[in-house]
Design a protein around this ligand. Structure first.
Ligand SMILES: C[C@@]1(CC(=O)O)C2=NC(=C\c3[nH]c(c(CCC(=O)O)c3CC(=O)O)Cc3[nH]c(c(CC(=O)O)c3CCC(=O)O)/C=C3\N/C(=C\2)[C@@H](CCC(=O)O)[C@]3(C)CC(=O)O)/[C@H]1CCC(=O)O
Ligand SMILES: NC(=O)c1ccc[n+]([C@@H]2O[C@H](COP(=O)([O-])OP(=O)(O)OC[C@H]3O[C@@H](n4cnc5c(N)ncnc54)[C@H](O)[C@@H]3O)[C@@H](O)[C@H]2O)c1
Length: 220
C-alpha cells in the first residue's frame, strides 16, 4: 500500500452503515467531501455535515446507490458482509475507491481488494499531516502511535508556516542554494525556535533570524 493524500473537495463519499464506525468516517470525510450515509438507523450523535438517508439496501440495491451518487470513495461499514461485498464490487465497477471497515486489510495476506483504501490514524497541525497505518493489521497500534506522535509534533503547523515564509524570503537574497538549505534546516532543528512557537513567550521569527545569521552570516 502506498500512502497518498487525496483532495476530496467537490467529490462525494458514499457511506453504507450509520453505526459508530460509519459516523466516524462520515465526520472525517464531511470536513472536505459531500458525504451521504445510507443506513436504516442513525443512533450516533454526530454525522458531521453528512446527508443521512434512511434506507436498508440489500446487496442487489447497492450498485444503484453507487451509480446514482457517483462517489470518489465508497465506505462499507455495515455488519452485513453481503452488503459490504456488494459495495466493494460496485466501487470497483465504477472506478471508485473502497474502504471496508469490516475486513482486516492485514498486510501480506493478498486478500485486499483492488482499489481498496485504508483510513489511517491522522494528526493534523496546520498544513502538517501525519498519517499512520499498520496496513490494517492493528488499528489499536495505529491509534496508540498517533497519540504519542501528537505531542511530539506540537507546533509543527506554525513551523511549516514560518519556514515556508523564510524559504520565500531567502529566494530573494544572494545566498547560494546550499546556504538557503542550510539556513532552513537550522531553523527547523532549532530547539529555541520550536520553544518560541509552542509557548509564544519569545518571538519565533526573531529567533529564526538569529539562527540564520549564525548559520550563513548576516544579510545579503
Ligand atoms: C486508525 C482508525 C481510523 C478510523 O477508523 O478513523 C482505524 N481504526 C481505528 C480504531 C480502532 N478500530 C478498531 C479498534 C479496536 C482495537 C483493534 O481491533 O485494534 C480500534 C481502536 C479503538 O477504538 O480504540 C477495530 C477494528 N478496525 C478494523 C477492524 C476490522 C478488521 O480488522 O477486520 C476492527 C475489528 C472490529 C471487530 O473486531 O469487530 C479495521 C480498520 N480500522 C482502520 C482504521 C483501518 C486500518 C488502519 C490501519 O492500517 O492500522 C481498517 C482496516 C479499515 C478502516 O476502518 O478504515 C481508528 C483509530 C483512529 C485514531 O484514534 O486515531
Ligand atoms: N474500522 C473500525 O475501526 C471498526 C471498529 C469496530 C467494528 N468494525 C467493523 O465495522 C462494522 C461497523 O461497525 P459499527 O461499530 O459501526 O457497527 P454497528 O453494528 O454498531 O452499526 C452498523 C450500522 O449499519 C447499519 N446497517 C445495517 N444493515 C445495513 C444495510 N443493509 N445498509 C446500510 N446500513 C446498514 C445499522 O443500522 C447500523 O447503523 C462492524 O460490523 C465491524 O465489522 C470496524
Amino acid at each position: 500500500m502506498i500512502p497518498l493524500y487525496h483532495d476530496f473537495t467537490d467529490e462525494s463519499v458514499l457511506v453504507f452503515g450509520g453505526g459508530p464506525v460509519g459516523a466516524r468516517k462520515a465526520r472525517r470525510f464531511a470536513a472536505e467531501a459531500n458525504v451521504i450515509v445510507v443506513s436504516p438507523r442513525f443512533e450516533e450523535d454526530d454525522y458531521g455535515d453528512a446527508e443521512c438517508v434512511r434506507a436498508e439496501p440489500t446487496p442487489d440495491d447497492v450498485s444503484d446507490w453507487v451509480s446514482r451518487v457517483e462517489p470518489a470513495l465508497v465506505v462499507a461499514a455495515t455488519p452485513d458482509g453481503g452488503v459490504n461485498d456488494a459495495a466493494e464490487r460496485a466501487a470497483q465497477e465504477t472506478g471508485a475507491l473502497v474502504n471496508r471497515a469490516d475486513e482486516s486489510a492485514a498486510a501480506g495476506d493478498g486478500d485486499r481488494a483492488a482499489r481498496s483504501a485504508v483510513v489511517p490514524a491522522t494528526i493534523e497541525d496546520g498544513d502538517v499531516r501525519v498519517a499512520i497505518s499498520t496496513g490494517g493489521a492493528s488499528p489499536a497500534l495505529a491509534k496508540y502511535l498517533r497519540e504519542r506522535i501528537e505531542s511530539e509534533i506540537d507546533g509543527a503547523g506554525a513551523m511549516a508556516e514560518l519556514t515556508g515564509q523564510l524559504r520565500q524570503e531567502l529566494r530573494e537574497t544572494d545566498y547560494t542554494p546550499d546556504e538557503r538549505r542550510a539556513a532552513v534546516r537550522a531553523v527547523v532543528q532549532s530547539p529555541k525556535v520550536w520553544k518560541a512557537l509552542r509557548t509564544g513567550e519569545s518571538k519565533a521569527r526573531q529567533e529564526a533570524d538569529r539562527v540564520i545569521r549564525n548559520t550563513v552570516g548576516g544579510e545579503r
